[in-house]
Every structure is written in structure tokens, then in C-alpha cells.
Design a binder for this molecule. Structure first.
Ligand code: SAM
Length: 338
């Protein structure tokens, strides 16, 4: 019998309200900032949490701790079979249910996902130029991703947002074009600073385009003002960690996720579950809790909740990128779940 939900709070007083579920480590793209060209050693099928196991863990998080939002991610979540079935299983939890995808399979799946109960979607799109897109993702699929964005909008997924990782000398010259694309399509652009989570380990600080520079470039063409309801990004953090701005002419909003230059760890409300069931309290965590082992060894829901509570109590203050003590996690973004 689930108890009355109690807040899941870490030792720094931050409340966890957002759960990210990675459902696969595989991806049909090979983005240079994430995965090597040849891919990575994939998890064997039996190591992945089943949809029943994922739903059970999410249910405990909601019933015990009042988790408010669940995001399905990967790897590329839509390469796993029957994702609409998982959405159907999670929908009764009554949380804000979303997915992060590269969009290439959305043309065939957006309608089914929406009917299954998905609320919203973030599509990754780092370039509007076919050559840059192909070089970055190592796949020539720009057109299909653009169709996927249209399919998501047509399916009524709302909001549809676009994530773009900005890298120096790669796509930084496209920031304004991407902002214009977001304005034209009525979708919110979210520009993300490149983080040291690439599988190649090639990240360097000089490849990071600071959010301040991104905003300056956009503001010069489309003047920006801070969203009135976003005077405190902390309050909105249960929705997203982006610092939000709106276009002064009413053309929608745009956000920057400055994980490197202005970390928002102080307001972090997230926890993550990797595809093989490791519970992580930070993208950059080096410690993990093996929830799959607990689930598969007969743990009760109370046991799972207690283990989650202990792990969250140990959540650290911040990732510390840029400090001498920073240690890169041994996983890439695709192996954690972005
Ligand atoms: N395949 C899906 C997608 O493309 O959105 C979901 C998983 S992907 C790992 C989630 C997000 O992480 C994407 O927006 C991607 O651009 C971002 N990402 C991956 N590696 C990153 C890195 N090194 N720095 C910043 N963002 C990264």
C-alpha cells in the first residue's frame, strides 16, 4: 500500500520532482558530441529494464515521492520497439509525460505516441544545413527530422521544443538561423552548452559556446526580454533548467541551458535511471544505485523507495565542471540518458 507521498529531498534541501528514464543505450545517429562513429558496445537485451520494470520504478517514484514529471530518453528512445505501449503504461501515473528524441522516427510515431498519452516532446536539431547536420550526426536525415517536428506539431504534442547543442566552429554560426526556425514554426528553441559527456573524450572548454554569447547573437537580430514568469529560473526548474527569454515582438520564447558556464546545480530537481536500471542523482555522478538488481531480487516497493531515498540523500552539491576536482563520469550521454 503506497504511503501518502513525501517529498524526496537531498541533503542540500533540493526536492527531486523530475525522473528521466533511459529506455535504450542504442541510437540511430552518431552525433560527434555524444557517440563514436562505430557506436558503443550495446547492452544485451536482457540487461535492459522491461517496460513493466520501468513502470514499476516510475510508479514508486510517483506514489512515494510525488514525482511530477517523467521524461523518456536514451540513446534514441524511439529505436526501442513499442514505445507507445510504454507511454500507455506510464500515462495513468498522471504526471507530465515527455520524450526526448532525435526526431527521425517521429513521422511514423508521433500520432501513436500522442494517442497513447504522451504530452510533449523535445526534438534535437543542431543544424539546418544538410552538410553540417550530416557531419554532426553522421547521418543524412535532416529532412526526416524536419518532417518529424511537423508530425509532432500535427499530432498535438504540446509544447514541441527543439534542443540544439552548440559547438564552437561547428554550428555556432547557425544560432540565429535556428532561432528564426523556432520562431517560424512556433516551437521553443533551447540552446545547450556542449558538456564533457562525449564518448570520444574529445571535449574541451574552447569548444563550448557560452550561453551569454548565444543570447547576444540572437538578441542582436531578434531583441529578447526575460520572460516575466521566469524571473527566477529556480521556480521553473521542475519544467526545465533553461534560462528563458521571450522575443520582444511576441515571437515566442527561447532558452539557454548553461550547464558549463552557469551551472544550475543549486536548483537541480532531477534524477535519472539508465537503460540497465542504474539510478543516478546527477548527469555527472560517478556513483550509481543498481535498482535493477533490487527489482530482480524481489525487493518490495518499500525497499525500492528506501534505496532511492538513501541515494538521493547522497546527491552532491554540484558537478564541478571546470574545477580541478572534476572527474568525468565513465559513461557518455547516450549511456546515461540525456
Ligand atoms: N536521442 C535523443 C535525442 O537526440 O534527443 C535522446 C538522447 S540525447 C543523449 C539527449 C540530449 O542530450 C540531446 O538533446 C543531445 O543533443 C544532448 N547531448 C548529448 N551529448 C551531449 C553533450 N556532450 N553535451 C550537451 N548535450 C548533449
Amino acid at each position: 500500500m503506497p504511503p501518502t507521498p513525501r517529498p524526496l529531498v537531498d541533503s542540500f534541501g533540493r526536492r527531486v520532482t523530475d525522473l528521466r528514464l533511459s529506455i535504450t543505450d542504442r541510437c540511430n545517429f552518431r552525433c560527434t558530441y555524444c557517440m563514436p562513429e562505430e557506436g558503443l558496445p550495446w547492452l544485451p537485451r536482457e540487461d535492459l529494464l522491461t517496460y513493466e520494470e520501468l513502470t514499476r520504478i516510475a510508479s514508486v517514484a510517483v506514489a512515494w515521492f510525488g514525482i511530477e514529471s517523467v521524461r523518456i530518453t536514451g540513446g534514441e528512445p524511439l529505436v526501442r520497439a513499442h514505445v507507445p505501449r510504454l507511454v500507455e503504461m506510464l500515462a495513468p501515473l498522471g504526471v507530465d509525460l515527455s520524450i526526448t528524441t532525435n526526431g527521425v522516427l517521429l513521422p511514423g510515431l508521433a500520432g501513436e505516441l500522442a494517442r497513447a498519452g504522451l504530452h510533449r516532446v523535445n526534438v534535437s536539431l543542431d543544424s539546418l544545413r544538410p552538410d553540417v547536420f550530416a557531419a554532426l550526426t553522421r547521418r543524412d536525415e535532416l529532412d526526416r527530422v524536419l518532417c518529424g517536428i511537423d508530425a509532432a506539431i500535427a499530432a498535438g504534442l504540446d509544447p514541441v521544443k527543439i534542443n540544439a547543442v552548440v559547438m564552437r566552429g561547428v554550428n555556432d554560426h547557425e544560432v540565429v538561423d535556428l532561432a528564426a526556425f523556432g520562431r517560424d514554426r512556433g516551437v521553443g528553441m533551447r540552446f545547450i552548452e556542449f558538456m564533457p559527456l562525449d564518448a570520444d573524450g574529445a571535449w574541451s572548454r574552447d569548444q563550448v559556446v557560452p550561453a551569454s554569447e548565444i543570447l547576444e547573437a540572437i538578441d542582436a537580430v531578434f531583441p529578447l526580454e526575460r520572460s516575466p514568469d521566469e524571473s527566477s529560473p529556480v521556480e521553473l526548474s521542475h519544467i526545465e533548467p533553461a534560462e528563458l527569454f521571450r522575443y520582444a515582438d511576441g515571437g515566442g520564447d527561447v532558452g539557454v541551458i548553461a550547464s558549463v558556464t552557469q551551472p544550475f546545480c543549486g536548483s537541480c530537481d532531477r534524477v535519472r535511471l539508465t537503460a540497465e536500471g542504474r539510478f543516478r542523482t546527477c548527469l555527472f555522478a560517478v556513483d550509481e544505485l543498481d535498482l535493477r538488481a533490487l527489482v530482480r531480487s524481489g525487493a518490495t516497493d518499500d525497499d525500492l523507495a528506501a534505496a532511492i531515498e538513501t541515494a538521493v540523500a547522497g546527491k552532491w552539491a554540484g558537478h564541478g565542471i571546470g574545477q580541478v576536482t572534476f572527474v568525468r563520469p565513465p559513461r557518455s550521454m547516450s549511456q546515461i540518458g540525456g
